[in-house]
Design a protein around this ligand. Structure first.
Ligand code: G3P
Length: 218
């Protein structure tokens, strides 16, 4: 499973990438706004931190303007991935960009039918929002599983399922268990994946016993 980091915070991105576990970055208009940074400058800096895909979302609602914005964003760096909303206009733009070989991430996906359309539009990634479905008492993991299973019926489709709107380490485990290709996670969740009290307790015990030997390796 590939891990993307879902944030516009440069320091968090830099630190997470140093873990060796990060394969790319996703942003969205809210994350960019929260960063307080100039959008293009922020994406430019992120693209110098990771060589993996960096998702930058268009702001327009109509396909022609989305394509103009995509041209601006794609010019920033080779690893920019154009994020598009799952709308009629967004998928029109997706089809054009995909035909041009430009990486695309279709976002705000909440149903299997939407995911089918994203794949038909040639999306590189489709982002089903697990957490926001859970927030309204629908099953986010069930949607991920249903999309993965549906895509398996059509080997010719190349769209990767990018589990998004991750709220807990369990979301990552569940998404991986049903075969999601990618998960994009807030930095906090990445570090939670490492945590277990028995690991901490066991390591402390090893160190306590080792110190009794009085030895040093280096
Ligand atoms: O960036 C896309 C998605 O991961 C955001 O999800 O629900 O945390 O705003 P959310």
């Amino acid at each position: 499973m590939k891990f993307f980091i879902d944030t516009g915070d440069i320091a968090e991105i830099r630190q997470a990438c140093e873990s060796g576990m990060v394969d790319g970055v996703t942003t969205n208009p809210s994350l960019v706004a929260n960063s307080g940074r100039d959008f293009k400058e922020l994406i430019r800096e992120i693209c110098t931190i990771t060589s993996g895909p960096v998702s930058a979302e268009v702001l327009a609602m109509d396909a022609p303007t989305m394509l103009k914005e995509a041209e601006v964003l794609s010019a920033i760096a080779d690893n920019v991935c154009i994020k598009l909303p799952l709308t009629v206009e967004g998928l029109k733009a997706c089809k054009v960009l995909s035909s041009q070989g430009i990486a695309t991430n279709v976002t705000l996906c909440f149903s299997v039918s939407q995911a089918l359309l994203a794949a038909k539009a040639g999306a590189t990634y489709v982002s089903p929002f697990m957490g926001r479905l859970d927030d309204v008492s629908e099953s986010g993991i069930q949607l991920i599983a249903d999309i993965v299973n549906m895509y398996r019926n059509y080997p010719e489709l190349n769209t990767q399922v990018l589990a998004a709107s991750i709220r807990s380490p369990l979301h990552i485990v569940e998404a991986a268990s049903v075969g999601a290709h990618v998960a994009t996670l807030p930095p906090k969740i990445l570090y939670q994946l490492y945590q277990h009290p028995l690991t901490d307790k066991g390591l402390a015990g090893f160190m306590k016993d080792w110190e009794k030997t009085g030895q040093k390796l280096v």
